[in-house]
Design a protein around this ligand. Structure first.
Ligand SMILES: [Zn+2]
Ligand SMILES: [Zn+2]
Length: 328
């Protein structure tokens, strides 16, 4: 059995997956997706970063630094350090990968989602002997309503606010959530949204890669001509809302789209790009895994739940705290 550990990234023997620092004395680095806590790069000529072409394109929207990379599409096997790897879509964001090692000896889910969204189908469960699974929502209280139901609530809320001539300000993570919100604005509200500059680049990558988002415009002193604004959630606060209300002369209706965050004064919709507790369990069961390693979020809690409830050998791979998560 290959050795797996978590030390400044997941490691399967000599290969590092989603390194948290790139100063590690290793040659081969895999990046599962473009969220910044998973995609640390270095321009060292000694290191090669293996990722999907979509992940590469998304990283380039925020980082212009050259780095040594090898772009591997989904479903194409490649060998590293004597092992065979293959990427499969993880349903999380554009280009996000689960990794199968040696035809299922080990599977790394990385961040994943099983349910379909307006942009993507969910991930397929891969068969694994040893499963390394994320556990962001690894506690029973994190069970979300069906996505379809959340979409209906968003549509009803948005239409009502727009009818009252309010300006919708939607907070969603720049890569992943903001693109779904762009689609929602077009498809549910029939509105072309303005998007913050950190959202504009990723939106264009999605479009180039064939994901149909509908129309969008870059936020650039043109707030008065639009009814929907999409920004990253960390920018959404009372001061900003107040400033927008003064400059636009309209009432702002803010909303946050996350399974995790809430913000006083804003409507919150639990639209998550991670598996909820039930889908985490479902993945473990359907994978047929004999051993399960958990990491990210509630790793310990989820591992002990798997042992008790499913009778499968499980343990937490790291002591990662929730506060280390940048994406949710
Ligand atoms: Zn992520
Ligand atoms: Zn993550």
């Amino acid at each position: 059995m290959a050795k797996i550990k978590h030390s400044k990234g997941l490691m399967v023997e000599e290969t590092v997956i989603d390194a948290s620092v790139t100063s590690l004395k290793k040659k081969n680095f895999i990046i599962t997706h473009a969220h910044s806590d998973h995609a640390k790069i270095s321009s060292s000529k000694e290191k090669t970063f293996f990722l999907t072409p979509e992940t590469k394109a998304l990283i380039e929207t925020r980082n212009k630094k050259e780095f040594n990379s090898s772009e591997i599409p989904f479903g194409k096997k490649f060998s590293l350090d004597g092992k065979e790897f293959e990427f499969f879509f993880s349903g999380h964001i554009l280009g996000s990968s689960q990794i199968k090692v040696n035809s299922g000896e080990i599977v790394f889910t990385s961040d994943f989602r099983l349910s379909d969204s307006v942009l993507f189908e969910g991930a397929k469960v891969l068969q694994a002997e040893t499963l390394v699974i994320e556990s962001t929502y690894g506690k029973p209280e994190f069970v979300f309503p069906k996505r379809k139901q959340i979409y209906e609530q968003i549509e009803a809320w948005g239409r009502k606010e727009l009818k009252e001539n309010n300006l919708l300000v939607l907070g969603g993570y720049s890569i992943g959530k903001a693109q779904e919100l762009t689609k929602i604005s077009n498809a549910f509200f029939n509105e072309v949204p303005l998007v913050h500059q950190t959202v504009f680049g990723p939106n264009n990558v999605y479009k180039e890669k064939g994901v149909k988002l509908g129309k969008f415009e870059l936020l650039n002193h043109n707030l008065k001509e639009f009814n929907v604004l999409i920004i990253p959630p960390h920018l959404l606060n009372l001061d900003l809302i107040h400033a927008i209300e003064i400059s636009s002369g309209r009432k702002v209706s803010p909303a946050v789209f996350s399974g995790w965050n809430s913000f006083a004064g804003a409507k919150t919709f639990p639209l998550s790009d991670h598996a909820d507790f039930n889908d985490l369990l479902k993945y473990v069961e359907f994978s047929g895994a004999k051993n399960v390693l958990t990491h990210h979020g509630f790793a310990k809690e989820f591992a002990s739940f798997i042992k008790r409830r499913l009778g499968i050998n499980a343990r937490a791979l790291s002591e990662d705290s929730q506060s280390s998560l940048l994406d949710f």
